[in-house]
Design a protein. Structure first.
Ligand code: AMP
Length: 191
């Protein structure tokens, strides 16, 4: 199996690149943010719970998120592998992912991180709000909160993978194709 963690702050371009990588490597794209939004739209119990956190720019609790990811992964027993987008966002989630994969005799091959300066992220998120309809993109205060949560709770996940020699940082400013080519080059070194 090929298991890639696509990492980076909100607005770094993870969703865009994940779609391209999924096609290139023939993998399943798992975005916890997308799954939460589908549940919000469907007004499920999980959706209602997730919304109360997402609307404030906070993380959905680990327990809920980890259970959700596990049940999503179980839907694809025969896949060649996964691109994890927006997960793991805490060290506890990273540890849980390793455990879930180890139970299948698998592992994370590499974490590729898109690095984008904070001012550029804010600009991109405000622009995305115009087309995405995402309420968490529209409000500067919520955007700032998401960036702060990223720095405090999510950035340490880098160290988790760096400690295992699996972290690769990539400049996330440039054309979509330029960044995609760099991602493919780095991923190929690890799979
Ligand atoms: P995203 O689409 O990845 O930007 O995620 C949107 C929102 O969903 C985040 O701001 C969090 O509130 C929530 N979320 C997505 N993935 C996770 C995760 N792995 N852990 C906790 N909360 C998450």
């Amino acid at each position: 199996m090929i298991n890639i963690v696509l990492f980076g702050p909100p607005g770094a371009g993870k969703g865009t690149q994940a779609e391209k990588l999924k096609q290139h490597f023939d993998l399943i794209h798992l975005s916890t943010g997308d799954i939460f939004r589908a549940n919000i739209k469907g007004q499920t119990e999980l959706g209602n719970l997730a919304k109360s956190y997402i609307d404030k720019g906070q993380l959905v609790p680990d327990e809920v998120t980890i259970d959700l990811l596990k049940s999503e992964m179980d839907k694809y027993p025969d896949t060649k592998g996964f691109i994890f987008d927006g997960f793991p966002r805490t060290t506890a989630q990273a540890e849980a992912l390793d455990k879930m994969l180890a139970e299948k005799g698998e592992k994370v091959d590499v974490m590729v991180a898109l690095e984008v300066p904070e001012e550029e992220l804010k600009k991109r998120l405000m622009a995305r709000a115009e087309v995405s309809g995402r309420t968490d993109d529209a409000d500067p205060e919520i955007i700032q909160n998401r960036i702060n949560v990223y720095k405090k709770e999510t950035a340490p996940v880098k160290d988790y993978y760096a400690g295992k020699g699996k972290y690769v940082g990539i400049n996330g400013v440039g054309s979509i194709d330029e960044i995609f080519n760099k991602l493919v080059e780095e991923i190929n070194k690890h799979i």
